[in-house]
Design a protein around this ligand. Structure first.
Ligand code: FAD
Length: 276
């Protein structure tokens, strides 16, 4: 009971998508989220859609966090966007490096999320609550688990207030990460990112790209269901509710749901946990 919740959306590409997301948000607001966040396409590809969705959430009276990725950006462009976000009334940012499609190279004036966090702090003081990304199962491009942990600690030292993790289905990885980070002095709250399981193919695709591990027993069970989507959804609800329960019992500060612009699975998990 009483665990803060947040929901993540991606900016819709069509007017129909925007209408659908607006209905989804109203359904999710019943769970009284602490805030809702909106992703940001690396290289600024979704900037207008991100800012429009953030504005819509704020207009609905709910605190909104804008994701903000710096890959390919210049200091001048980031400065300009920070001013826009501040004028919109945004108080929370998820500061990221982001990924450019292969072949684009790095470019820009920022190399890592820690550079962005430091720049936001230097430019805007305490105007924004800054979240950063954390990877309990190690970021796929990290040189080593230790180097990744050090990189996380650098982001926190640069001025992050809290972190949201990549999703995972193994709570031990999360608790170990938090312990190790705290030992390095990176002692800000680390909120687990929760990905409901609603489709087998979608989950496999995301996990291959992001480095999030799907345990063998979950992968095999999902494969065995084939295209029986009712069984996949029922199994997914059981697995993810159990995960959230373990996390809650272990004392996590909050839960952040990757909603994929859907409400049903997140709400069902929240109801099963009696968090609403
Ligand atoms: P960083 O923290 O900069 O880390 C990137 C890599 O560099 C890691 O391997 C790290 O170990 C390494 N590294 C960091 N610092 C150093 C250093 N000083 N020297 C050497 N190596 C270093 N992507 C989007 O495009 N849009 C989004 O809206 C978005 N939202 C996300 C939200 C969450 C909660 C999470 C977990 C991820 C999100 N992502 C998003 C994905 C993210 O952009 C990618 O995972 C990206 O590859 C890394 O971003 P980062 O901010 O974690 O990078």
């Amino acid at each position: 009971m009483g665990l803060p919740l947040s929901f993540e959306f991606f900016p819709p590409k069509t007017p129909e998508g925007a209408e659908k997301l607006s209905r989804v948000r109203q359904q999710l607001y019943a769970a009284k989220p602490e805030f809702c966040s909106v992703t940001y396409g690396a290289g600024g590809s979704t900037q207008q859609g991100t800012f429009d969705t953030v504005s819509a959430i704020l207009a609905e009276g709910v605190p909104a966090a804008s994701h903000f990725s710096c890959i390919g950006a210049t200091k001048a462009s980031v400065r300009e966007q920070l001013a826009t976000l501040k004028a919109m009334g945004v108080k929370r940012l998820v500061a990221l490096r982001g990924d450019l499609p292969s072949g684009y190279g790095m470019g820009g004036e920022f190399h890592y999320a820690s550079d962005l966090v430091a720049f936001i702090r230097a430019e805007t003081g305490d105007d924004f609550h800054i979240e950063v990304a954390a990877y309990p199962e190690v970021h796929p491009q990290a040189k080593s688990p230790e180097a990744d942990l050090q990189a996380y600690a650098t982001k926190v030292r640069a001025g992050a207030n809290s972190a949201i993790t990549q999703y995972f289905y193994n709570s031990d990885a999360y608790f170990r990460f938090v312990d190790d980070a705290f030992k390095l002095g990176a002692d800000v709250p680390v909120v687990p990112g929760i990905m409901p399981i609603t489709s087998s193919t979608q989950l496999m695709r995301f996990s291959d790209a992001s480095g999030a591990e799907i345990p063998r027993w979950i992968r095999l069970r999902l494969q065995a269901f084939g295209d029986d989507s009712a069984s996949i959804k029922a199994f997914g609800l059981d697995v993810v509710t159990d995960l959230c329960d373990q996390l809650r019992n272990g004392g996590v500060p909050a839960l952040h749901f990757y909603t994929m612009n859907q409400s049903v699975a997140s709400l069902e998990i929240i109801q099963r946990l009696q968090l609403d």
